[in-house]
Design a protein around this ligand. Structure first.
Ligand code: ZN
Ligand code: ZN
Length: 436
């Protein structure tokens, strides 16, 4: 990568200055402004150069850590750990950040695989969220190794100019995003890890770049049915079939699908269906996820799905218990102004956001970053790894998450987030809004 020349005026603090007019203004407009108001014009030209210098310094720092970050991404990819068990991944990321000069606290908020890494002492505090959990049986089929390495890279790059532009940079290690109920960010939010943070960001790998993906609310819960075992042939009339309860519930859910919104989702798996075909199943278990466009939609749909499970209990005579589901993932409220900065920075690196086709529009997912976005201005762009036809949560996507495209996503995601962090610090109107 060719870096812009680093100038000599970058040592002055930039964050108090009004740079908005100058930063994206073309040379002609700057010259016109300069003629109308020579002193102000010169100040703005210098300020713009200062921002450019800060960005160049951040990119230079990122480049010096490039191979280390790719090694981190590949190592996490090769050693997948599921939610709340990401002991190695959390330690490896924390070590890189510590070596880069961050003050690292491991196991924050009583979560052994969470961490908080801080650099800089500026008044504007931004969080870059790292995820690093894998999927059971599929490894890193959601590419959280890329998220982790990009987050570390963004933090390291931004830390190079944090004090100069008035930033405190926090990389927060957020475990168990894939869990679906009470994910790491929800617990970290509840326990104060995001206190004092003015803006939060992360990138997530996907087949292609999407600036503001549609992220909907979701609730994951378990259902248990308890019936009574009996010999399935000799004394079937003595048994209470807990598997029948699940069959009735799934049939009822199938019928319910005609009467839900296109953005609603109901899906699940049976995690225990019985023990032997010649024993009437006395205990069965399922794990389900219900999703709606917003938390309100979710709360309207969830009781209707519960009634389908109750129907199974009623019809079979089993007892039903629902476990969990009380810490749903919320919809994502994107901060479009921050997203616009991310888009410009990302495009400046040569990335392209394809127009939102039908595939993009109908594709909806959920993340605990949604919960962060309800409290703190946040962005969650998807970063493309050119994996098609492979998509997230497929074995082929796992393979795509340690390729040249995946490595480029680590670099570009880190760079675009670091440059966006510098924009947040140096755009005085935006900075003021975030710090209000
Ligand atoms: Zn996923
Ligand atoms: Zn994911």
């Amino acid at each position: 990568m060719r870096l812009p020349q680093i100038g000599t005026i970058s040592s002055a603090p930039l964050w108090g200055a009004n740079l908005k007019a100058a930063r994206y203004g073309c040379a002609d407009a700057l010259l016109k402004f300069h003629r109308m108001n020579p002193v102000q014009g010169m100040i703005r030209v210098f300020e713009r150069r200062g921002t450019v210098d800060a960005k160049a310094a951040a990119l230079e720092k990122l480049n010096s850590w490039h191979s280390r970050l790719l090694e981190l991404s590949h190592r996490i990819h090769a050693h997948p750990e599921i939610g709340f068990e990401e002991v190695q991944a959390a330690a490896w990321i924390a070590k890189v950040l510590s070596e880069a000069g961050f003050d690292v606290r491991a196991g924050i908020c009583d979560l052994p695989t969470a961490f908080l890494a801080t650099a800089g002492k500026g008044p504007l505090c931004i969080a870059i969220c790292a995820e690093y959990d894998a999927l059971p049986g599929l490894g890193h089929a959601c590419g959280h190794n890329i998220i982790a390495a990009a987050a570390a890279g963004a933090g390291i790059a931004a830390s190079a100019v944090a004090d100069q532009v008035g930033l405190t940079v926090k990389v927060i290690g957020t475990p168990a995003e894939e869990k679906g109920d009470g994910g790491g960010k929800i617990l970290l939010l509840e326990r104060g890890a995001f206190a004092g943070i003015h803006a939060a960001m992360m990138v997530h790998p996907a087949a292609f770049d999407i600036l503001t993906p549609k992220i909907i609310a979701a609730s994951m819960f378990e259902v248990e049915y308890t019936g009574k075992e009996a010999h399935a042939s000799a004394f079937p009339e003595m048994g209470i079939n807990a598997a029948d309860a699940l069959t009735v519930a799934q049939t009822a859910i199938g019928l319910l699908r005609q009467h839900i919104l296109p953005t609603d989702r109901i899906h699940g798996i049976i995690t225990h269906g019985g023990d032997a075909p010649n024993v009437v199943p006395g205990f069965t278990k399922a794990r389900y996820i219900v999703r709606g466009e917003t938390l309100e939609d979710l709360e309207r749909l969830r009781p209707r799905v519960y009634r389908c499970f109750e129907a199974g209990a009623l019809a079979s005579g089993s007892k039903m218990q629902i476990i969990g589901g009380d810490r749903p993932y919320s919809q994502m409220v994107h901060d479009f102004e921050i997203a616009e900065h991310y888009r410009r920075n990302s495009e400046s690196l040569g990335r392209v956001f394809p127009p939102a086709n039908l595939q993009v529009q109908k594709s909806v997912a959920s993340t605990d970053m949604g919960n962060v976005s309800l409290s703190i201005p946040s962005i969650h762009p998807m970063i493309g790894i050119q994996s098609l036809p492979a998509v997230n949560h497929q074995r082929e996507f796992t393979a795509s998450c340690a390729t040249e495209s995946a490595d480029k996503a680590v670099h570009d995601g880190a760079a675009a987030m670091a440059l966006t962090a510098i924009d947040l610090a140096t755009d005085s109107a935006l900075r003021q809004r975030l710090m209000r």
